[in-house]
Design a protein around this ligand. Structure first.
Ligand code: AMP
Ligand code: ZN
Length: 130
C-alpha cells in the first residue's frame, strides 16, 4: 500500500468510494468543461459565481496534503490550463475581469470532497459566496 493509499484507507476514502473518481470514470454524470487523459473539468453543481467549475486529476489524490514531487507536472498542467478554460467559460480578461482559483484542503480548509480539485470562479460580482 502506498502512503496515499494508507492515508485514504485511514480516512475511509478510496477510489472505489469517491464521488470525483466516479465522475472521472463517467459513472456519475457531470457537465464537462474539458477532458484529456489526465484531467477533467466540469461545472460545479452548486455554483457560487456566474462561472464556477472544478478541475480534477483523473487519478485519485485525496488533497493537496498528499502531493509530492511526482505530481509537479500534473499540478503545473492544471494551473496553466485553468486561465485558458476560465476565459473560454466567460470570465473577462485580466485585469478588469479575472477569476479566483481555490483549493480547499482538509476539514479546517473547508474540503468536503476528498479528491483533489481546484475551484475556478469568475464573472460579474456580486457572487453568492467568495
Ligand atoms: P470542496 O468543499 O472544496 O471539497 O468542494 C466540493 C465542491 O464539489 C462543492 O463546491 C460542491 O458544490 C461540488 N460538487 C459536489 N458534488 C458535485 C457533483 N456531483 N457535480 C459537480 N460538483 C459537485
Ligand atoms: Zn477520487
Amino acid at each position: 500500500m502506498s502512503s496515499v493509499e494508507k492515508h485514504n484507507h485511514a480516512e475511509g476514502v478510496s477510489a472505489d468510494n469517491c464521488l470525483f473518481c466516479k465522475i472521472a470514470a463517467g459513472k456519475i454524470p457531470s457537465r464537462k468543461v474539458y477532458e484529456d487523459d489526465e484531467l477533467l473539468a466540469f461545472h460545479d453543481i452548486n455554483p457560487w459565481a456566474p462561472v464556477h467549475f472544478l478541475m480534477i486529476p483523473k487519478a485519485h489524490i485525496a488533497s493537496m496534503a498528499q502531493v509530492g514531487p511526482e505530481h509537479e507536472s500534473l499540478l503545473g498542467r492544471m494551473m496553466v490550463l485553468a486561465p485558458r478554460l476560465a476565459l473560454e467559460q466567460g470570465c473577462r480578461p485580466y485585469p478588469e475581469g479575472g477569476y479566483r482559483i481555490v483549493t480547499n484542503t482538509g476539514a479546517e480548509g473547508g474540503q468536503e470532497v476528498h479528491h483533489l480539485h481546484i475551484h475556478v470562479m469568475g464573472g460579474p460580482r456580486p457572487w453568492l459566496r467568495g
